[in-house]
Design a protein around this ligand. Structure first.
Ligand SMILES: Cc1cc2nc3c(=O)[nH]c(=O)nc-3n(C[C@H](O)[C@H](O)[C@H](O)COP(=O)(O)O)c2cc1C
Ligand code: SF4
Length: 393
């Protein structure tokens, strides 16, 4: 397993931006395309495609938004980046703004990260002093500034269209898509929403080149990934590994080898049982925004499912029926299972409900909230069926 630290490497403020401003916008996007980078927020959309769609959209106004909402349970790697590497992030936002033709960048900061705001504001003020923001950035024909806007504690506002609604002062509810934010985003203008880690990696790519980035990873998932690792392991924390690293190697790294399962991608991710620890992180197998929760042998898997479903019942925005009604039904089912009061037939119905939620929910929250329930009831059948009454169908 490669242990090279990539995107956390030392970085001189403005170095990526200087390189970018010496190039045309098209060449900046070309560098990003050549690196193969895909969004680090979880969905893995190719960053160059997103930037290019925004760049070619015809509009007098465009925006770049840094998604620093980081609400997925078990994810804390953006917190580290925001506190330890703000200068790289601000460069990344400015580079993205230049590439798409925006004049304003917005950092949407998680409510719980309000304590970071003064430090980030000070970093922005220093950049204005140093001509890295403001009118004629670095003396070029490019005006750009960055604002910080606070979230209010809703997980769903990490979803990019709900985030935009929230920025506009409305309830944070996901929009119908299409139209996509690259065409119709903030106040109807083309908007690129990118994760903190994506923007930091882009700044590093501008400095070190696409080949440097591709040294780690696979053909489909290039580069490294920051992981927030928690749970039943001796060495939890933030790690950077190449895409393509197996769960087995990750467990070795964090001394969590006795695990019976690993939750990859947070509460909305996949529950991988021990027999599948050979599986690898990457968009071709286990996609993740960076949360890895180690589940030790002593854990009750129904307790794990219950915990996640309580979260989704609380965080569903209630706009669409499959998610609003489905999550409480699954939670009720898990509690029946725990008490030995759920028949095999009803369990099957709940599994069908989970699949319907995946297919019919309006946004990523409802499309993924049944994942853990479905994985746990499939992979831990013997643990669960021991509590199902044998005679009832
Ligand atoms: C319920 C929900 C919560 C999300 N939370 C975040 C988040 O906290 N941070 C983030 O970057 N992306 C989050 N996303 C993904 C965003 O919608 C979007 O795909 C991402 O910000 C795009 O950035 P990227 O292309 O750089 O990954 C969330 C998605 C959903 C459905
Ligand atoms: S899936 Fe859930 S969170 Fe998303 S729009 Fe529907 S009710 Fe709201």
């Amino acid at each position: 397993m490669a242990s090279v630290i990539h995107i956390m490497e030392r970085y001189e403020a403005g170095s990526g931006l200087k390189k970018a401003l010496a190039m045309s916008r098209t060449d900046v996007i070309r560098q990003i395309r050549e690196s193969g980078i895909r969004g680090r927020g979880g969905a893995g959309f190719p960053t160059a495609v997103k930037w290019n769609l925004c760049a070619v959209a015809q509009s007098p106004k465009k925006f770049i938004v840094c998604n620093a909402d980081e609400g997925e349970p078990g994810t804390f790697k953006d917190r580290l980046l925001l506190t330890e590497r703000p200068e790289v992030l601000l460069d990344g936002i400015t580079i993205g703004g230049y590439a798409i033709g925006a004049r304003l960048g917005v950092i949407y900061l998680r409510a719980e990260y309000a304590y970071m705001k003064p430090g980030l504001e000070a970093a922005l003020a220093a950049r204005r002093e140093n001509k890295l923001l403001g009118k004629k950035v670095l003396g070029k024909d490019f005006d750009f500034d960055i604002e910080i806007r606070m979230g209010a504690g809703a997980y769903v506002c990490g979803e990019e269209t709900a985030l935009i609604e929230s920025l506009e002062g409305s309830r944070g509810e996901p929009r119908n898509r299409p139209p996509y934010p690259v065409n119709t985003g903030l106040v109807g203008a083309p908007t690129a929403v990118n994760n903190v880690e994506t923007l930091i990696a882009c700044a590093q790519i501008l400095v070190k080149g696409p080949d440097w980035f591709k040294k780690l990873g696979t053909d489909v998932s290039t580069g490294s990934k920051l992981l927030s690792i928690s749970g039943d392991c001796r060495r939890p924390g933030v790690y950077e590994v190449g895409f393509g690293t197996s769960l087995k190697d990750i467990l070795k790294l964090v001394e969590g080898e006795g695990a019976k399962a690993v939750q990859v991608g947070g509460a909305s991710g996949r529950t991988v049982p021990a027999k599948q620890f050979g599986r690898k992180l990457g968009f071709e197998d286990l996609a993740t925004g960076g949360s890895v929760i180690v589940i030790g042998p002593q854990r009750d898997m129904l307790g794990v499912a219950e915990n996640f479903l309580e979260f989704f019942v609380e965080e569903s925005c209630g706009q669409c029926t499959p998610c609003r009604e489905g999550n409480p039904k699954l939670l009720e089912g898990v509690r029946l299972l725990k008490r030995g009061k759920c028949s095999v037939g009803y369990l099957r119905e709940l599994q069908n409900l989970g699949r319907t939620m995946q297919a019919a929910s309006k946004c990523g929250l409802g499309q993924s909230s049944a994942n853990a329930f479905l994985d746990i009831t499939e992979h831990f059948r013997s643990e669960i069926l021991g509590r199902v009454p044998a005679t009832k169908e």
